[in-house]
Ligand binder design. Structure first.
Ligand code: AN0
Ligand code: CP
Length: 319
């Protein structure tokens, strides 16, 4: 694997899960693989889990790690080509990217959707520039339309906790005061579509996701109905995808908050969320603190998904 930006880059999922579980059982087995190799992590947006888990994963493989928060200490970067740079941005991404590529063997990039220009976001303009101009393998640490390291960790978690061959997995929209990208739900749906789980998406009218990610999922507008018999509830807020409301908050109805009444409709489902989560907006204290909440083991698996991806990229590096 050279680049990792979506589910298709990782090949057969049963093999990827097997490899991930092997890594989890002995995470230092390949601690020489990354010797004298450097991972550069570039953050255009905030992070807690991705930053820590990816750095830990690289360290488990013996790598050196450099982290750059673009908005803290680096020059302000222009990302659009053709702009007359007479404003506050001192450097263009088209120089910054190949320079970054000089100092490392692979690059992880976090660059969220701007939520203003759907075409710019959905063409993955920033991530693709890293792939094109860095000269190095690139993996996504959440880009404009997907968060594949999260989705891979989610899949590993479901595989560990499922008690039925074909569990019912429900992705539920939940309210949030600020506009959030569609990357997490898009990506989760993309990965779930590659499994044979019974996969259902529920959200209010107006929150339809891009059909390329919805795939074969069943879309159910009645949240209670969607929750019936579920084995896993995966809650997430996202802003509207459909025009003319792209990137906007069109509903903050707290009737969609995941609470104990709704969880009682499920088949004793596990509760999942990628975190960070706003309590009593997305999910009540009671549900997230309940024994069926697996948000912490889910977050712990971020180290495992990152290590599997970095290990595969390292294995194919040509010196
Ligand atoms: C981000 C999002 O929704 O994409 C990151 C989630 C992993 N969340 C927030 O910005 C709160
Ligand atoms: N789930 C996740 O990616 O969290 P961070 O934004 O804290 O990295």
């Amino acid at each position: 694997m050279r680049h990792f930006t979506n589910v298709h880059d990782i090949g057969p999922l049963d093999q990827a899960i097997k490899e991930a579980l092997q890594i989890k059982s002995d995470r230092y087995a390949f601690s020489d693989l990354g010797r004298n190799k450097t991972l550069l992590m570039i953050f255009f947006n905030n992070s807690l889990r991705t930053r820590l888990s990816t750095q830990k994963a690289a360290m488990n493989l013996g790598m050196n790690v450099i982290v750059l928060d673009v908005n803290q200490g680096a020059w302000k970067l222009e990302t659009e080509r053709g702009v007359i740079m007479d404003g506050d941005k001192s450097e263009h991404l088209l120089e910054a990217i190949p320079v970054m590529g000089c100092y490392c063997d692979m690059i992880g990039v976090r660059s969220f959707a701007g939520l203003k220009d759907k075409k710019y976001d959905y063409e993955e303009t920033v991530l693709n520039q890293f792939i094109k101009y860095s000269g190095k393998p690139v993996f996504s640490m959440e880009a404009a339309t997907r968060h594949p390291l999260q989705s891979f960790a989610d899949l590993i978690t479901i595989e560990e906790y499922k008690t039925k061959e074909r569990p019912k997995v429900v992705l539920s929209w939940a309210p949030h005061p600020k506009a959030l990208p569609q990357a997490v739900p898009n990506s989760f749906a993309e990965w779930m579509n590659q499994t044979d789980y019974d996969f259902v998406i529920t959200h209010p009218h107006g929150y339809e996701l891009d059909p390329q990610f919805v795939g074969n999922a069943k879309v159910e507008y009645d949240q209670d109905k969607a929750f019936e018999g579920a084995d896993f509830i995966y809650a997430k807020n996202w802003s509207a995808y459909a025009d003319p409301n792209y990137g906007q908050v069109i509903n903050t109805d707290r009737a969609w908050t995941v609470d104990s009444r709704k969880m009682a409709l499920t088949d004793n489902a596990y509760f999942m969320h990628c975190l960070p989560v706003r309590r009593n907006m997305i999910v009540t204290d009671e549900v997230i603190e309940s024994p069926r909440s697996i948000v912490i083991p889910e977050a712990a698996n971020r180290e495992i998904s990152a290590q599997t991806v970095i290990k595969r990229i390292l294995s194919e590096l040509v010196d």
